[in-house]
Design a protein around this ligand. Structure first.
Ligand SMILES: [Zn+2]
Length: 611
């Protein structure tokens, strides 16, 4: 009898357990299983010439560096999907310039359906669907209705071609919404650049029909839309950049294409991404160039005023030799001289990373680089970094070119020396990247950190000489740091040691703001080599994201470890979610959930479920 009782009890317990198990399973399955891979379609219509290949390469480079999952898709593949199927496959569609000028009606139709009816987002650059597949110009481009802009119209002389104009944002706030770094617009809100002022762009003649205009040109007295968007009731939107985006990157102006792609992907298409900054926060590099022995007094004043602080590690780059203009002039920093630069260098190394500023004699190197035999150039570079290493006992990891004179052929030497990052005068106002100048590419190994300018000025002394007011500079540094934090991007500012009131006040303003935002956890101030180390590890991180509605499953993998890698997924403003996977810090901001790995595993599976 007793035995039977026990058997009943066992059976009852077992059934109870199975019920719990089943309920559990049911509960799990009531969450939609994230099973569709998140990716963006990069439409490669007609890629034939080397120029076409470069256009595609630029888009791919930026999408990769910004951590967006994408796939290159042919028009045939796109039109192969049944109507309604495309939205489930692709988070967004990106339609680069020139390689999609020729487009069939079928391709234009399926993209239009995707945006109008399926709620998808698509980005178009310059001249989509303006010709037949055989290359003949169409009288009307096929996407005019979808974009809400009549584009590729004839010039006054009847020819159909682009013209050269400017780019004005409707206001400063709008430019920042589009990811344009504070300081990049001039007093007329025109996109401008370091030392040149207003920058010229190629546009097609265009006329707004019913799109929203964020940026325009007014050359010739008529308003030509340059950046527009048109929303649809389905939730879709068509974003149009009436400018060849890839050309920006190819002429050393990375910011515009990067900012437009990022804003489209994040704010319109809400594409999940692997965030390209440590902990998914903002980053700031403060780069100080000590070019010669002319800065000892300024450095002493800055040290006495407490402008070097261990909480704000700088990138301090030094030209180390005893001379500046010519050999033997004795106007250099003299890093190895115990009566000149030596003792200062010993102190400075406590406040950041010591990097190499060119080759031994600042101006001699800057102005003669192109005329000197390469082995002589390499020898001067060697002397400079060997002197710095001899005094500090530390490896030199950072470089900046005197006078910004940085031909790409120097990079192989820098790599050999163990450099991982350098100051860059091109691509101003943008994120660390691998620069291109037309067909030449700087390579994948070194990270270039572009200068962030204020209008046509870069360093604080230039701003002082240009009569920028103290108040304006303070406002700019505050806006810049807020922008880095909000956009989660890394920016670099550079200057020289100075003891003028203007510069001391500006440095103080920069440091005060940086310290307060750093202690609030919104940005991180670090030397460029530290960010470069992170970015190298970031580039090796594989990230696959699957989703169903706002549920996600995220697979991460990196042989060098995943610490500080951050994935951003859109969950909506009022979401209640559970995150599983362990060792992950989460923060929510504007409907985005940021998941940062806190330990250092090589693989990780994270799941986000709405409850
Ligand atoms: Zn210099």
């Amino acid at each position: 009898m007793k035995k039977r009782k026990i058997t009943y009890l066992v059976i009852a317990a077992a059934s109870f357990l199975s019920i719990i198990l089943a309920t559990n399973l049911l509960l799990r399955f009531s969450w939609a299983e994230p099973n569709s891979i998140v990716q963006v379609a990069l439409l490669a219509g007609d890629v034939r010439s080397d120029k076409d290949k470069l256009v595609q390469a630029v888009y791919e480079q930026i999408l990769k560096e910004e951590g967006f999952p994408y796939r290159v898709v042919s028009p045939a593949e796109l039109t192969g999907y049944a109507p309604g199927e495309l939205r489930g496959r692709y988070q967004a569609i990106v339609v680069p310039e020139n390689i999609n000028a020729a487009m069939t009606r079928e391709t234009a139709d399926i993209i239009s359906f995707y945006v109008r009816d399926e709620g998808g987002c698509a980005l178009f650059s310059l001249n989509p669907a303006t010709s037949n597949p055989d290359g003949a110009q169409r009288p009307d481009p096929l996407l005019v209705d979808l974009l809400g802009v009549k584009y590729n119209m004839p010039l006054p002389d009847g020819r159909i071609s682009t013209y050269s104009g400017y780019m004005y944002f409707t206001d400063q706030a709008k430019s920042q919404d589009w990811g344009i770094t504070p300081g990049k617009l001039d007093q007329d809100n025109a996109f401008s650049t370091y030392s040149y002022g207003k920058l010229k762009f190629d546009h097609t003649v265009a006329k707004n029909i019913n799109a929203q205009i964020s940026a325009f040109d007014k050359t010739g007295g008529v308003e030509i839309p340059v950046i527009t968007d048109k929303y649809y009731e389905s939730g879709g939107s068509a974003v149009y950049a009436n400018v060849p985006l890839a050309s920006g990157k190819l002429r050393s102006d990375d910011l515009l294409p990067r900012a437009v792609l990022r804003t489209f992907m994040i704010d319109y298409a809400r594409t999940p991404r692997l965030v390209n900054s440590p902990d998914g926060g903002g980053g700031l590099v403060i780069n100080l160039h000590i070019c010669s022995g002319a800065y000892f007094k300024a450095l002493t004043v800055m040290l006495m005023q407490g402008l070097f602080q261990s909480d704000l590690p700088l990138s301090i780059h030094i030209t180390a030799g005893p001379d500046t203009y010519k050999l033997g002039d004795d106007m250099g920093f003299g890093a190895e001289n115990t009566y000149r630069g030596g003792p200062i260098l010993e102190v400075l190394q406590n406040y950041g990373e010591i990097g190499s500023h060119g080759g031994w004699a600042h101006n001699l190197f800057a102005y003669n680089l192109q005329y000197l035999p390469r082995d002589k150039v390499f020898q001067l570079l060697d002397w400079n970094y060997q002197a710095l290493e001899a005094v500090t006992g530390r490896k030199v990891l950072e470089y900046s070119a005197p006078g910004g004179n940085h031909p790409f052929w120097i990079n192989s030497k820098l790599e050999e020396m163990g450099i991982n990052s350098y100051y860059y005068a091109g691509d101003s106002g943008s994120s660390p990247s691998h620069p291109r100048i037309y067909e030449s590419f700087s390579g994948q190994k070194l990270w270039a950190f572009p200068i962030t300018p204020y209008r046509q000025y870069a360093s604080l002394e230039e701003m002082e000489r240009g009569h920028v007011s103290e108040e304006e500079v303070r406002q700019w540094v505050e806006d810049l740091i807020d922008f880095s934090a909000r956009e989660k991007v890394i920016r670099m500012v550079y200057t020289h040691p100075s003891d003028t009131r203007f510069c001391l006040e500006a440095i103080r303003a920069l440091e005060e703001k940086a310290l307060s935002e750093q202690s609030a956890g919104r940005i991180k101030v670090a030397p460029m080599s530290q960010f470069a180390d992170y970015l190298n590890r970031y580039s090796k991180t594989k990230c696959e994201i699957k989703k169903a509605d706002n549920d996600y499953s995220i697979e991460l993998e990196n042989p060098d470890g995943l610490k500080d890698m951050t994935v951003a997924v859109y969950v909506g403003e009022e979401s209640n979610n559970v995150v599983s996977g362990g060792d992950v810090k989460t923060t929510e901001e504007d409907g985005w959930l940021y998941l940062t790995v806190t330990s250092n595993p090589q693989k990780k599976l994270l799941e986000v479920n709405q409850i």
